[in-house]
Design a protein around this ligand. Structure first.
Ligand SMILES: [Zn+2]
Length: 221
């Protein structure tokens, strides 16, 4: 990369609209993971950065094949399974999955921002958890009825419910005290998704797009 696409500083004017000679080259260096890394400096804010700043492997010491990770993830491989296949630690595998997930979200947002809806939409939601079952969540999904294309999704944090032992109840209470939660988080999550759908529909040829909710019960929380 000889020409960086934008300044990595989100507060710099060159972050969103980089035009003209807005940077200077400030040498290069070598590392184990890349043969030659070009360094740059923004003329406006003075931030130094390199070609690695725009890489999915930024701040890593080892390249791991993301195609291998993705192909095993879609066949439901676990973290330990991937760790054995890739000869990497579980924390390294988790880190690469996180990086891959960020890229997938960014790619999806970029592709769907001016997408035209030409079919009815189906909304659904499922419950999962992050880290432990004390931190459950609800993820809404909006997909095309015919194409099954995933248009967007939205996240809502929940609290643990159901039968618990006295110890689990105490722990749950402690977590709830420290966790910032909003009442009706699932309802608001669905509302956000509807708002985004209406935005998508604005520049869509299909003016009377029907949205079919599949998870009505989620609005009760
Ligand atoms: Zn800058």
């Amino acid at each position: 990369m000889n020409h960086p696409p934008f300044c990595p500083n989100p507060y710099c004017p060159n972050h969103f609209q980089a035009a003209g000679p807005w940077f200077i080259k400030t040498g290069s260096y070598h590392s184990k993971t890349a043969p030659r890394i070009q360094k740059f400096k923004c003329k406006t804010c003075g931030l130094s950065f390199s070609t690695r700043t725009f890489s999915i492997d930024y701040w890593t010491h080892r390249h791991i094949c993301y195609h291998t990770i993705l192909s095993h993830l879609i066949t439901s491989s676990g973290i330990r399974d991937l760790s054995r296949i890739l000869h990497a630690s579980c924390s390294t595998v988790t880190d690469r999955i996180r990086r891959l997930a960020h890229q997938c979200l960014a790619a999806s947002a970029s592709l769907t921002c001016d997408m035209e809806i030409a079919e009815d939409l189906v909304a659904d939601g499922f419950e999962s958890f992050v880290c432990s079952q004390y931190l459950p969540n609800n993820i809404h999904i909006l997909a095309g009825k015919e194409s099954q294309f995933w248009f967007l999704s939205d996240y809502a944090q929940l609290t643990r419910k159901g039968r618990m032992t006295d110890y689990q109840k105490r722990k749950n209470k402690l977590i709830k005290e420290h966790l910032k939660l909003y009442k009706g988080s699932v309802y608001h999550s669905f509302q956000r998704m509807v708002e985004k759908t209406l935005e998508l529909q604005k520049h869509s040829k299909k003016s009377l797009c029907r949205c079919i909710p599949m998870n009505i019960s989620s609005t009760n929380r």
